[in-house]
Design a protein around this ligand. Structure first.
Ligand SMILES: [Zn+2]
Ligand SMILES: [Zn+2]
Length: 273
């Protein structure tokens, strides 16, 4: 389908190359920009405690490549079905009108948020899912932009699959679909760079996901916090402020930590190979 939008043939090989090659190119560009800005060029401002751990970086990059390539293969059958018109994917806005473009965006947000929350919840509650699927992503206790897609491929596939199967449940415009997968990848990088600019309590902004990696069982949502609040897995980076180690998250001067905050990441360094 993406191949079709690009004017390429919808063959399995072309699709796989677009998913794996295009996905890798896109991810490495945005992750590298975030890494360069926050962890190198302006490191003294954003993450003064950060030290590059080459072993950790090598591990993260290796699992990004394995994750993206594996994910490209796993999503292929879904996209072959879409290409053969088994879904409700459509290409002409006039088929359903502009109102449905906005309606499907809202529905897509609710659909993906709900499925991704409960998938992620299962990863943290079912021991074998944790051990064999999700634990890899949590090796990065203190994340960097490259941790964003550092996954066991089955993990990234299961967390992304609601975006790919949505068109089997309701009419979805191809551009809305492409925008959603492009944006969610950008979002993944943003929530792993440990720099928040918008601290809206309803938004699962970066500090929430930083706490997710630090404490593991809190803040399981995709874009929003409502499922976490309903289920009781919510932890606020501002209310639970004193528990958050100094240096873990970037705070502007107006939010400088109190002296009660543990210092220097509490000696809990991240990220084995
Ligand atoms: Zn998790
Ligand atoms: Zn993460």
């Amino acid at each position: 389908m993406i191949a079709q939008l690009l004017g390429l043939p919808d063959t399995p090989l072309v699709m796989f190359l677009v998913f794996a090659g295009g996905g890798m190119l896109y991810f490495f560009i945005i992750a590298s920009v975030a890494y360069y800005v926050y962890f190198k060029k302006f490191r003294a401002h954003f993450h003064p405690d950060y030290e590059l751990d080459p072993k950790e970086m090598k591990s993260a990059l290796k699992w990004v490549i394995i994750g993206i390539v594996g994910n490209g293969a796993l999503m292929l059958p879904i996209h072959l079905l879409i290409a053969k018109n088994y879904s409700q994917m459509y290409y002409d806005v006039s088929d359903h009108g502009w109102a449905w473009i906005f309606g499907q965006v809202v529905l897509l947000l609710i659909f993906t948020e709900t499925l991704i929350y409960w998938t992620h919840y299962a990863f943290h509650r079912v021991p074998w899912l944790w051990k064999y699927v999700h634990e890899r992503h949590h090796k990065y206790v203190v994340p960097t932009p490259y941790s964003a897609l550092s996954f066991n491929p089955m993990d990234s596939f299961l967390q992304a699959v609601p975006h790919h199967i949505a068109a089997f449940f309701f009419p979805l415009h191809a551009v809305v679909y492409v925008a959603s997968v492009t944006f969610v990848t950008l979002w993944a990088v943003c929530i792993h760079d440990r720099v928040s600019f918008f601290r809206w309590p309803w938004l699962n902004y970066t500090d929430h996901h930083t706490l997710h990696h630090w404490y593991s069982d809190f803040n399981l949502g995709q874009y929003f916090t409502f499922w976490d609040r309903i289920v009781g897995t919510y932890r606020s980076p501002t209310i639970d402020y004193e528990d958050v180690p100094d240096g873990l998250i970037y705070r502007p001067k107006s939010m400088a930590p109190t002296s009660t905050a543990p210092t220097a990441l509490g000696g809990r360094s991240a990220n084995p190979a």
